[in-house]
Design a protein around this ligand. Structure first.
Ligand SMILES: NC(=O)c1ccc[n+]([C@@H]2O[C@H](COP(=O)([O-])OP(=O)(O)OC[C@H]3O[C@@H](n4cnc5c(N)ncnc54)[C@H](O)[C@@H]3O)[C@@H](O)[C@H]2O)c1
Length: 284
């Protein structure tokens, strides 16, 4: 989508980190921005910051894990700005641990926010983009953890691979509807993701006090400025870029994965079990 002046964007997780970076970049480009977040006070602060610069922004409290909450946020966006063109499914939480031993509450939390949150965003907002026929763009935040398996992050990896797959399919399905698609796959970005549990709802175990001194927070503090990611996402939407990478220096990780997959095809082509078997070579 090239002409963004006056268009309307809805962003989840926009009270902090990369979502806030996107809100700043989108508003500075002349868009009207609805800031959605589970935490209302910082969402309001973000909207106030943009309004104080003469930019158009409003906020709504939304819990992406609940479809009804996302639908209410969609109604609020239409009620405030009339239409919606750009949707950023960005809210996410970090849960570390092995798939076999991560607590089921944490498994449910990371899947509900990182995966169902994106599904709910598509369900609540895409029909509204289709309804006005002016086109639009959906960008969902995955991670480099959606490109390669990261040690000790099984549940998080599972959600982010799912988001990459969903957005690849979405891009193919909606090209004909003039709705673009991107999947943001950041490396390390200096956000508050290391303290995701600061606002974890009771049903997933409740909130945990932020710890500024732990190793993850220390590593994240050296990451990329989230405002640069906001600018990058804006540029990618205008360039119709499907995959958005924040750290080109991590390309070798994907190359290694792809090369292992190619090796596995070569192995399959020569293995005993498939010898002489005729197949169509087609997929739906
Ligand atoms: N920071 C990184 O290094 C990094 C790397 C790769 C991917 N990501 C992804 O980037 C996205 C943005 O995270 P961030 O790094 O900016 O972290 P962040 O913690 O600074 O921002 C995430 C925002 O999501 C909100 N949120 C959490 N649960 C929510 C819910 N149920 N409903 C609505 N909002 C909710 C939080 O309140 C917060 O404002 C996430 O999807 C994350 O997985 C981050």
């Amino acid at each position: 989508m090239q002409d963004l002046q006056g268009k309307v964007a809805f962003i989840t997780g926009a009270a902090s980190g990369m979502g806030l970076g996107m809100a700043r970049a989108f508003a500075a480009a002349g868009m009207k921005v609805m800031i959605g977040d589970i935490e209302l006070a910082p969402a309001q602060k973000a909207a106030d910051e943009l309004n104080s610069k003469g930019l158009e922004a409003a906020c709504v409290q939304v819990d992406v894990t609940k479809l009804e909450s996302m639908q209410a946020a969609a109604e609020a966006t239409i009620g405030t700005f009339g239409k919606v063109h750009i949707v950023s499914n960005n809210a996410g939480v970090a849960v570390g641990g092995y798939s076999e031993s991560c607590s089921m509450r944490n498994w449910n939390w990371v899947v509900d926010v990182n995966l169902w949150g994106v599904v709910h965003g598509l369900q609540a907002f895409v029909p509204l983009i289709q309804a006005h026929g002016e086109g639009g763009h959906v960008v969902s935040t995955a991670s480099m953890a959606g490109m390669v398996g990261l040690r000790g992050a099984g549940p998080y990896n599972a959600t982010k691979f799912a988001v990459v797959g969903m957005m690849e399919t979405f891009a193919a399905d909606h090209r004909k509807h003039n709705i673009g698609a991107s999947v943001l796959c950041p490396g390390i970005v200096a956000t508050n993701i290391g303290n995701s549990a600061r606002n974890r709802p009771e049903e997933y175990g409740g909130a945990v006090e932020p710890n500024e001194r732990d190793a993850t927070a220390e590593m994240l503090s050296k990451g990329l400025d989230p405002d640069i990611v906001g600018d990058l996402v804006l540029e990618a939407i205008q360039a119709e870029q499907l995959y958005i990478f924040t750290d080109p220096g991590l390309k070798h990780l994907v190359e290694t994965r792809c090369s292992r997959i190619m090796d596995a095809y070569d192995w399959a082509a020569n293995c005993e079990s498939l010898a002489g078997v005729e197949q169509s070579g087609l997929l739906p």
